[in-house]
Design a protein around this ligand. Structure first.
Ligand SMILES: Cc1cc2nc3c(=O)[nH]c(=O)nc-3n(C[C@H](O)[C@H](O)[C@H](O)COP(=O)(O)OP(=O)(O)OC[C@H]3O[C@@H](n4cnc5c(N)ncnc54)[C@H](O)[C@@H]3O)c2cc1C
Length: 465
């Protein structure tokens, strides 16, 4: 693989070389190899290494996958592949685990990044892949395809472009005044904090959990307050794993949010009465997430986003039981407090205080030395978080998806332009499809999208080949 910047023409350019972009490249190389086709593909990715992205670029042992290793294969047709990799390449954090235990282990995310990269490197045509180490800042149409402009001013041309830009961090909802703000994915900065600092974490999802684990491993002694609108923490996975999902789990479900909620609750209670953990009810529905989202009318989807999303998230995006136990211990020891409320703008009178409005309407002060922004991933395409997204909107190459979430795509993952027409040759995958698909961020969906988008024949059907 070369990392030279080339002002040349490609058959395909993949923008974003995280897990999704790397898998697209892998399938493309594999498909070219099988067809005896000479690959002309570049992946534009500013990070030094491909296949890491926001999720897997951490080298810290405490940052674990949120899904057991047995369900994290990068290939839908080889479900045991990640575990096979772990057996052949043991990670120090899992050194004492074998066979069945590895299937159920929550592996460090660094091991997953290493796995994806290893599988990409194994491709016989890997040396043909160009890794262009830069940020794409603009995309425009040309007579015969697209022109990608890089931050350094270079233009790259391609017949097909794949947008695999993944997860951008969300900005803090308000200005924190003079208080230092550390991003929850900035692990070196998190590491450098004073152990006695009074920390306020804004956001109570998975990014918050990561940052707390990092501070815990760094020997943090100071108080930590977590503030989010609902004050709800991710729930743990069940200790026992679901034997096999029932194929009928999504049949005859109501198509209203309230109806769905009641049905799930009833199923969970029935399961509990039979000695099953409630988590299995959610697990059984997991493969049908896209189908369920698309079965809701637009007003019902809006209702879900307004009233139910946070409750759904804590049940769906769960954490390893051992991590949940560590959070519990921090709360019991009085070091960790979780509050529900909305952050208020700084008044500028006291630099070491954050203000928030609690759910009962009362304004309260939070003595704080450092703020951690753990508000998660920016999915609202209406507020483009990068020059590339702004350029896509400005050039009419993309429009926001339903409810302003992600990019509007058709069933094949092609971007739809302002007139609703599919743009042959502009393929989108991953979290940018959230408004259309909802379940599109995690590996079970990504690996299928990347395979379909990466293979030459499949791409030809979408106008990409
Ligand atoms: C902290 C975290 C933990 C997670 N844990 C799990 C888990 O345990 N299991 C699971 O299934 N899923 C998990 N996920 C979900 C995750 O979204 C996927 O598993 C996967 O990593 C997403 O890959 P991606 O390539 O779509 O996005 P990303 O990993 O975000 O990669 C996108 C890449 O695009 C690059 N990029 C963005 N814009 C540009 C541009 N303009 N020009 C060039 N490059 C650009 C970025 O530098 C980045 O490397 C996690 C996500 C996060 C954020």
């Amino acid at each position: 693989m070369s990392s030279l910047k080339m002002s040349s023409e490609y058959e395909r350019i993949v923008i974003g070389g995280g897990a999704a972009g790397a898998l697209v490249a892998l399938h493309y190389l594999s498909s070219c190899s099988a067809a005896g086709h000479e690959p002309r593909i570049a992946v534009v990715e500013p990070r030094a290494s491909l296949a890491q992205g926001a999720a897997y670029s951490t080298d810290r042992e405490e940052h674990r996958l949120n899904v057991p290793a047995g369900r994290m294969s990068a290939f839908a047709d080889r479900p045991h592949d990640f575990v096979d990799y772990l057996i052949a390449n043991p990670d120090s954090a899992l050194a004492d685990l074998h066979g069945h235990d590895l299937d159920h282990a929550y592996a460090p995310r660094r091991a997953y990044g290493a796995y994806l990269l290893a599988r990409l490197r194994e491709q016989p045509l890997f040396s043909s892949l160009q890794h262009v180490r830069d940020e794409a800042v603009a995309l425009a149409r040309s007579d015969d395809g697209f022109v990608v402009t890089l931050l350094d001013g270079t233009s790259l041309r391609a017949a097909q472009v794949v947008l695999a830009i993944g997860n951008a961090p969300r900005a803090l909802p308000i200005d924190a005044g003079e208080l230092p703000v550390v991003e929850s994915w900035d692990y070196p900065q998190l590491d450098r904090m004073s152990p006695d600092a009074r920390i306020t974490v804004i956001g109570s999802g998975l990014s918050m959990v990561d940052s707390l684990m990092t501070r815990l491993r760094a020997g943090h002694r100071g108080p930590i307050t977590v503030l989010s609108r609902h004050g709800l923490l991710p729930l743990p996975h069940a200790a026992e794993h679901l034997p096999a999902p029932l194929p009928s789990a999504a049949e005859n479900l109501p198509s209203t949010v309230l109806g769905l909620w009641r049905t799930l609750r009833r199923r969970a209670l029935q399961g509990i009465a039979q000695g099953e953990p409630w988590q299995w009810t959610v697990e059984r529905l997991r493969p049908y997430g896209q189908q369920l989202w698309q079965s809701l009318s637009a007003p019902e989807q809006a209702r879900f986003l307004r009233h139910a999303v946070r409750y759904w998230d804590i049940h769906r995006h769960r954490i390893a039981p051992e991590i949940a136990a560590e959070l519990q211990a921090m709360m019991q020891a009085g070091q960790l407090h979780v509050l529900a409320g909305r952050l208020l703008p700084s008044t500028g009178t006291d630099a070491a205080t954050l203000r928030f409005r609690a759910r009962d309407g009362a304004e309260q002060n939070l003595p704080t030395d450092v703020v951690i922004n753990a508000t998660g991933v920016e999915t609202r395409f209406e507020r483009p978080s990068s020059p590339l997204l702004a350029s896509l909107l400005a050039n009419g190459l993309a429009v926001p998806g339903p409810h302003g979430l992600g990019i509007l795509t058709d069933g094949l993952g092609r971007a739809l332009d302002a007139q609703g027409a599919p743009l042959a040759g502009l393929q989108v995958l991953g979290s940018s499809r959230i408004g259309t698909l909802w379940e599109t961020i995690a590996m079970p969906e990504l690996r299928v999208q990347a395979r379909d988008c990466g293979q030459i024949e499949a791409a030809a059907r979408t106008g990409c080949g």
